[in-house]
Design a protein. Sequence first.
Length: 141
Amino acid sequence: MTNEWERALSEVLPELVATARNERLEELEVGDERHTIRLRLAEPQADASAVPEPADAEGADPPVARTAHVGIFHRRPEDGADPVAEPGDALEEGSTVGFVDVLGVFHEIAVPFDGTVEAFLVPDGQPVEYGQAIARLTPAD
C-alpha cells in the first residue's frame, strides 16, 4: 500500500463515514484511478444484544470508551489470547480496553480516564463505526 492510501484508510475514511452519517447520505464514493472507497449507510437497526448507553440524571453523555476507527471490534489482540479487559477491571487512563481491526491492522481503543469497566456495549467480533461507544465505564473517585 502507498503511504497516501494508508493515510486515507486511517485518517480520511473515519471522517468520510462521520460526514456521511451526519448528512444522512445513502452512498458515498471517492477514489482515483488506482483506489476506490464506496460507503453505503443504511438506517441503523437496534441490536438486542447490545447494552444501551443511558444518560446520567442531568442528561450528560455516559462515561464510555469510544473507537476512533471503522472496522471489527475485538477484545483480544489475537486469536487464542485472553481479553485485554473484563467487566470489573480497574483501568488507568490510556489503558487498552479492546481493538478495532481495520483491514488486518489492529488499532487499540484506550480508556479516556481512570475507571472500572462496567460492561462491553459491542459483542466481540462485531462491526463498529467511527465514534461508537465500546465499553461503559465507572470513573475512579
